[in-house]
Design a protein around this ligand. Structure first.
Ligand code: CMC
Length: 431
């Protein structure tokens, strides 16, 4: 790993015990104290609920600077990747470390294309979910059950793992589209090998009812949205995937857990929550002030959805790209989406309000993406599935990296106990 040890160590003295901690420096000059021996040498642990100050690993995939709004993958700026690459190219970059050359690109897209089908038993399985199921629950559960179709309950060979990667990238959009169509009483549509990744997803969702020209416009936007979702270093779902994987659980178990983590409204589920919030504002005749007031009220659990981020203390660079995608998508489709105006007004008010300014709360990636999905005719309950399709590439890249990390150990945080002190057992009749 490309990290340097600084000459001067950090010194710690606690409960009369002294310890020198190595100070490590990353490629972009991020600094960490190596706390691996902290408990062994001092008997003390580092308490950090929510892991805001905890580096869980050394990684070479994505760099973020939340103060400056910088994000790059394997050294390439996200905005350059979104402007120039397809999603499959970026997925390859994340997993393999380099952009594919033409031969590698051909082989990779062919592999994905050849695995872009759902076999009869998988289709049958999908047909048995209650139609009311949330698409994220179906996706998580089907991904977990892929072990039964392709795995051997873990302990897969590396060849098998590579194929698992291909299958997950290829089949996730088809599982999502199958679920969408079944809920509406429509038949399963086979993928079209002549189409690109995003276009094939749109074809599998909407069939020939979606005119080719509109499908192309949407696919261009969708490729970019998948790219901005593709990776974001040690976020909640990626850390979950790494954590599950640390027990040597198989890839489908780890990714299924990641899907569960992404579903929450504080994470990927925020894109669905943003549209609910914008629609609520519209329903209340555009009363933005009332929403801002609620978001600032400490006695109200309501938050301004699509705002704030653990890492970004400035505008989320992904939100800026998402806004551009929304603008050109609506223009190219010739669609007028009134929620854009509501979102922009809300953003303007929040960015001038002292509560949001003083806490560095800016729009995040989820603020505008839902509007793009809505314009494409994708239902709200599928928005987080769209995020999942992109993030799948990042999760798999982190799994690959984690499996090859010579310092990997089972992830097992400690705690500080705050319950009852040890006491005598009380028999049932005496309680
Ligand atoms: N609306 C109102 N207040 C907020 C918001 C918000 N959206 N976000 C943070 N705050 C306040 C928070 O109450 C706290 O105030 P105080 O200092 O007075 O106690 C302060 O800002 C700091 O926030 P925090 O809760 O310590 O921040 P965090 O890093 O623990 O949480 C977050 C980050 C994203 C969970 C949070 O900002 C949030 O809930 N945002 C809304 C949900 C959302 O949009 N999530 C998508 C995140 S981007 C997609 C992804 O990668 O997951």
């Amino acid at each position: 790993m490309n990290i340097k040890k600084q000459e001067a160590a950090a010194h710690l003295e606690v409960n009369g015990k002294k310890m020198d901690l190595d100070v490590l420096c990353g490629v972009e000059n991020e600094v960490a104290m190596d706390g691996l021996q902290l408990r062994n040498q001092t008997g003390v642990i580092n308490l950090d609920p929510g892991y805001g100050n905890t580096g869980s690993c050394v990684s070479s995939i994505t760099f973020l600077n939340g103060e400056k709004g910088v994000i790059h993958h394997r050294g390439y700026e996200l905005k350059d990747l979104a402007a120039n690459c397809s999603f499959l190219e970026v997925a390859y970059l994340l997993m393999k470390g380099e952009l594919p050359n033409p031969d590698q690109h051909r082989q990779w897209t062919e592999l994905v294309r050849d695995n872009s089908y759902l076999g009869p038993s998988l289709q049958e399985l999908l047909n048995h979910y209650p139609v009311k199921s949330h698409p994220m629950s179906v996706l998580a559960s089907v991904v977990l059950s892929l072990t039964g179709f392709y795995g051997d309950l873990g302990h897969e060979t590396y060849y098998q793992f590579d194929m698992d990667v291909v299958r997950l990238i290829a089949k996730t959009p088809l599982i999502a589209a199958h679920n969408f169509r079944r809920k509406r009483g429509m038949n399963y549509i086979y993928a079209d090998p002549s189409l690109g990744y995003a276009e094939n997803f749109l074809h599998s969702m909407f069939s020939k009812r979606l005119p080719k020209e509109r499908r192309k416009i949407m696919a261009t936007a969708l490729e970019k949205l998948l790219i901005i979702h593709a990776d974001h270093e040690q976020n909640c779902s990626t850390s979950t995937v790494r954590m599950i994987s640390s027990s040597d659980a198989n890839v489908y178990a780890a990714i299924g857990g990641g899907i569960g983590a992404l579903w929450g409204p504080l994470h990927g589920g925020a894109n669905e929550a943003v549209i609910n919030m914008l629609e609520y504002i519209k329903m209340r005749d555009g009363d933005l002030e009332a929403v801002i007031k609620r978001a600032k009220d400490k006695d109200d659990p309501f938050k301004l959805m699509g705002f704030g981020h653990r890492v970004y203390k400035t505008y989320d660079p992904r939100a800026a790209i998402a806004k551009e995608v929304v603008d050109s998508l609506l223009k190219d489709l010739g669609v007028d989406e009134p929620l854009v105006d509501t979102a922009m007004e809300l953003e303007k008010i929040a960015l001038e309000d002292d509560y949001f300014v003083s806490r560095n709360l800016y729009p995040n990636v989820d603020f505008y993406t839902g509007i793009a999905y809505k314009a494409m005719g994708i239902p709200k309950e599928m928005f987080t599935v769209m995020f999942t399709m992109g993030r799948m590439a990042g999760w798999l890249a982190h799994l690959l990296e984690f499996r090859e990390d010579e310092n990997r150990r089972i992830c097992r945080p400690r705690q500080i106990y705050a319950g009852k002190p040890i006491r005598e057992y009380v028999k049932m009749e005496d309680r």
